[in-house]
Design a protein around this ligand. Structure first.
Ligand code: URA
Length: 260
């Protein structure tokens, strides 16, 4: 058999990951019924009368969210939190992602923006909101005199999920629940005054509700902070008519920030 040269094999694999492949299969199917037949036989049965009563072993269900809460809670700084996320091995999204997408902008900024999950560009570069939606987000922020690269008037940006879901599918509820402790700790360590929660997935995670069309424009509370649910910039790219409402929400954010 021809051996595939290392770089060609790597390029082929990367192409398949780009196309959304997230599972490897064997050449031939595995007959799991046949496997059962070769399992070691159960030990000879002891007559019921001779068997001493044995307490059933307690079934301990592993909950990755509990592990996530412990790891996130132990982080005392944003750097430690990033390292904790890097060491967290229970979210399958990590396996298909190129990079951990942690944050961008200025830690300590008064406004923190919480998006949904990295897309292809964010996964490639390792920063949130760097693709088309991110460019629109930057324009929206500039319209109220804010910017992620500004020293004064800066913002801090993250996502509910730090890894790209394959083919940009919606995150599953268990993935959101598992990663939520990290997001909550992220907000606590970044210490913003105000949150902007963009998109339905982020509202689901932080407010426990979906329905961005109803939620947007109404101040809510998340993690003990005032939070404005807003249309996702990707939605605004598809529905430019909704920019009118987005503008109203931006003005509301600006007014809130100038209160203090
Ligand atoms: N959409 C998001 O919600 N976050 C990103 O980082 C990019 C696109």
């Amino acid at each position: 058999m021809d051996s595939v040269e290392y770089h060609s094999a790597k390029a082929m694999l990367e192409w398949q990951i780009e196309m959304g492949v997230d599972e490897c299969m064997l050449d031939a199917p595995v007959d799991r019924y046949a496997l059962e037949a070769v399992q070691p036989k159960a030990k000879a049965q002891v007559p019921a009368a001779a068997a001493a009563p044995v307490a059933a072993p307690a079934v301990v269900q592993f909950d990755p969210a509990v592990e996530a809460r412990a790891m996130a809670g132990a982080a005392q700084s944003l750097e430690e939190l990033r390292a904790a996320l890097g060491a967290f091995e229970h979210c399958e999204l990590k396996l298909g992602a190129r990079n951990l997408v942690f944050s961008d902008g200025q830690p300590g900024a008064r406004l923190m923006i919480v998006g949904e999950a990295p897309g292809r560009d964010e996964d490639r570069i390792g920063k949130p909101f760097v693709g088309r939606a991110g460019q629109l987000l930057d324009k929206m922020l500039a319209a109220i005199d804010l910017g992620r690269d500004r020293e004064e008037a800066s913002v801090y940006i993250t996502n509910v999920l730090p890894w790209r879901p394959p083919q940009n599918r919606d995150p599953k509820p268990d993935e959101i629940a598992m990663m939520l402790p990290f997001l909550e700790r992220h907000i606590a360590l970044a210490k913003p005054d105000v949150l902007a929660i963009v998109g339905n997935i982020s509202c689901q995670a932080l407010l426990g509700k979906r329905g961005i069309t109803r939620l947007r424009g109404n101040w809510a509370e998340a993690c003990g902070l005032p939070a404005m649910p807003m249309f996702h910039p990707a939605y605004l790219l598809r529905n430019p008519a909704a920019k009118r409402e987005a503008w109203a929400d931006l003005l509301s954010l600006k007014a809130r920030l100038s209160e203090h």
